[in-house]
Design a protein around this ligand. Structure first.
Ligand code: PNS
Length: 161
């Protein structure tokens, strides 16, 4: 039986750190579903369809990776897909604290649900979607923060902002 994992997130936008976690998850599991989880009551910077497009561009060469969208509870999506694990990246102790709480809540809502943490590469520890949005909004370069294939898409959004 195929072992499927779900990598959930806002991906607003996908960063070089996310892309690295996706590649590594794709080596560990048979199938990786990158799920853009969004709250319909909250507006992000990029539309959900734009986030999905960027994720598809970034994961183009990875045959066992698909991109999907979900606007409910993560546990419901995990149940629906039959995934054996949820993947989350950890950049440091602040992430660890928040992520452990989330993993424990999810395990209570769906007993048996496993969260697998992959530690960020040292060069990605300072990278976040919010840092990318802020840097780009002030016209700073974002090279090295996002995959090159989507750099211009992001910069175009903030052009003249
Ligand atoms: O990229 P992010 O913003 O760190 O991702 C967080 C996300 C979207 C994975 C998390 O907030 C989430 O799982 N949201 C869906 C709602 C949910 O299941 N919440 C946890 C139990 S209350």
């Amino acid at each position: 039986m195929e072992r499927v994992c779900v990598y959930p997130g806002s991906f607003d936008p996908v960063t070089i750190g996310h892309a690295d976690i996706i590649e590594r998850a794709a080596r560990l599991f048979d199938q990786v579903i990158v799920a853009v989880l969004h709250n319909p009551n909250k507006t992000g910077c990029f539309r959900v369809s734009e986030r999905v497009d960027m994720l598809r561009t970034v994961t183009q060469g990875l045959e066992n990776v698909t991109v999907d969208v979900w606007d409910g509870l993560l546990v419901d999506y995990v149940r629906r897909t039959g995934a054996v694990a949820v993947i989350r990246g950890l950049r440091g102790s602040a992430d660890l604290e928040a992520e452990m709480t989330m993993a424990q809540i999810n395990a209570r809502l769906l007993p048996g649900m496993e969260t697998v943490f992959l530690t960020a590469k040292p060069e990605h520890v300072c990278v976040s979607s919010s840092a990318v949005r802020e840097a780009a909004s002030f016209g700073a370069p974002i090279r090295g923060f996002v995959p090159e294939s989507i750099e211009s898409t992001i910069l175009t959004r903030f052009d003249g902002a």
